[in-house]
Design a protein around this ligand. Structure first.
Ligand code: ATP
Length: 514
């Protein structure tokens, strides 16, 4: 656990030291759970967004993009259910005065039982070696059976109580399980209360005439209210999708995990409109497609898992999360939800306007069903960044810090380094940059010894370092060093563009998803 915490601290400090993420308004001591993306962070974030957009919008001829406003008519949030039901159950500890999400306290307890079962399985696997039959062990070992049964029972009861709005039972569950304040160990809890997560604001000049608005808590509703506009103007035929990326705001109760849970964050969402009755087929399709997209980045298959929801949101008839192994354990990275016709029907009802599709094949009107994929851009950033940050011991016993980002996402694709600051080498380096910058984000660095410059680029995640030396002046060749292997090749300047392109092109990375 301590190691996990240290790793996470390392991630946060590396992000700051190397210009990826700063606390918001830091000179005023920051603003809780709000962050700014710095010079390298903004590039990495943009690349993740583009990688998503390319695969989602440009590679699918039946999916189009949208950029709806953050401010929307307030009735939107009545219709969507957010005014009445976008609540988290919160609980306060009377001694420590700390506030927690009651459901998260219970879920963390259940997760610990799961980890205990896993540990037993691992131990047995080592003990029995090749003869180990995991399935048999899980169903017969009394301790494992007990842990898993208890976990299931707790999760189901939590799902039921939250579904029924029975907050007293959530509190009872916390007391029965003797869950203590994770920071102080105190079990002196208040009752569980609902807390609405939307940020309110006002539109209009004078206090009397001002209209109460909300900052959108999700980007999805901007898509639903535009459904018919896009369908008609784009002559879209079902099944089709509308995708958008953009800011969302939630007044999160507990926001202590860096950019995992922020109060202002960015979502990348796609709503896929289908014929009623077809939704389960598309739900499965998008589960697989989205997992493959994640896997294409090469962060390791073992770092992803599906979590099917026991407790369904008011709008869904099926829902699953793609969970990622973050520095603090497996947590939600993306949600895939079958939202039925809940949203469009609700908007029809509240607006009095029809939001129906005329199906020419069936010769009838209907309100489409919707399958949604929704991933947090900041959580993607954290997943990619934290998994890529490594401390390596080299053959000579020295260590290096390397950010082995998927090269398609790396903020800077190549750094061009003159070996020395004289003899015309900087001029040649600048000339190389002038050519490469049309296609890639490239950097120039002439400060310090070349070995230190390599290390700095490793820590920034730059896949290539191109070094200009005296031989370059004679034969137009340079060395190109690969970040992950540290291997160096001597190549012609004229070959650089295609070497870099081969490694970083979105085409080559996205090909892995099909
Ligand atoms: P959680 O259970 O972690 O609060 P959620 O189920 O409320 O998440 P959704 O409403 O399904 O999340 O939002 C879709 C995605 O948006 C999530 O999978 C996550 O990646 C991202 N997201 C949601 N809330 C936040 C937040 N506060 N900070 C950063 N990303 C977020």
């Amino acid at each position: 656990m301590a190691k996990q915490e240290d790793n996470f601290k390392n991630v946060i400090s590396h992000a700051k030291e190397y210009g990826f993420i700063f606390p918001s308004s830091e000179i005023y001591d920051g603003l809780s759970a709000v962050y700014d993306y710095a010079q390298n962070g903004v590039e990495l974030k943009k690349n993740i967004r583009e990688y998503w957009w390319k695969s989602m919008v440009q590679m699918n001829d039946n999916i189009v993009g949208l950029d709806a406003a953050i401010l929307m008519h307030p009735t939107t949030w009545k219709a969507s259910g957010h005014v009445d039901a976008f609540n988290d159950p919160l609980i306060d500890n009377k001694d420590s005065k700390k506030r927690y999400r009651a459901d998260v306290l219970v879920e963390d307890y259940a997760e610990k039982l799961n980890l205990k079962a896993k540990k037993e399985i691992e131990k047995a696997s080592v003990r029995f070696g090749d003869a180990f039959n995991e399935q048999e062990f899980i169903t017969t070992n009394t301790r494992v059976v007990e842990y898993l049964a208890k976990e299931k029972e707790i999760r189901e009861r939590l799902g039921r109580s939250l579904g029924n709005g029975d907050l007293a039972d959530v509190k009872a569950l916390i007391e029965e399980l003797e869950i203590a304040d994770p920071e102080t160990g105190s079990r002196n809890w208040t009752d569980v209360k609902q807390f609405n997560l939307m940020f309110g604001t006002k539109l209009g000049a004078s206090a009397e005439s001002a209209m109460d608005l909300y900052l959108r808590p999700e980007t999805a509703q901007g898509i639903f209210v535009n459904f018919l506009n896009v369908q008609k103007s784009g002559r879209m035929k079902i099944p089709f999708g509308i995708a958008q990326t953009g800011k969302a705001f939630r007044n999160e109760i507990v926001a202590r995990q860096f950019i995992f849970r922020m109060r202002e964050f960015e979502q990348m969402e796609m709503q896929f409109f289908v014929k009623p009755g077809d939704e389960m087929r598309w739900y499965e399709h998008w589960k697989t497609t989205r997992l493959n997209w994640h896997l294409s980045l090469g962060l390791g298959k073992e770092n992803y898992r599906f979590h099917d929801h026991d407790k369904l949101a008011h709008y869904a008839n099926a829902a699953a999360d793609i969970e990622f192994n973050f520095p603090f354990g497996f947590k939600e990275l993306e949600g895939i939800h079958s939202r039925t016709d809940f949203d469009l029907k609700a908007h029809e009802q509240f607006s009095g306007k029809k939001l129906q599709y005329f199906d020419t094949d069936e010769n009838k009107n209907y309100v489409p069903y919707v399958v949604e994929t929704s991933v947090g851009l900041d959580r993607m950033f954290l997943a990619v960044f934290a998994t890529s940050l490594k401390e390596e011991t080299l053959e000579d016993g020295s260590t290096r810090t390397v950010l082995s980002l998927p090269s398609v996402l790396a903020p800077t694709k190549a750094a061009v380094l003159p070996l020395v600051k004289k003899d015309g080498l900087p001029d040649v380096a600048h000339k190389i940059i002038e050519d490469l910058k049309w296609d890639f984000n490239v950097a120039y660095d002439e400060k310090d010894a070349v070995g230190r410059r390599y290390r700095r680029q490793d820590a920034l995640g730059t896949p290539f370092c191109i070094t200009v030396d005296h031989q370059t002046l004679e034969d137009e060749t340079v060395t190109i060093r690969h970040r992950d292997t540290m291997k160096q090749d001597r190549v012609k300047i004229s070959e650089l563009r295609s070497i870099i392109n081969e490694e970083v092109s979105m085409r080559n990375w996205l090909m892995k998803t099909i």
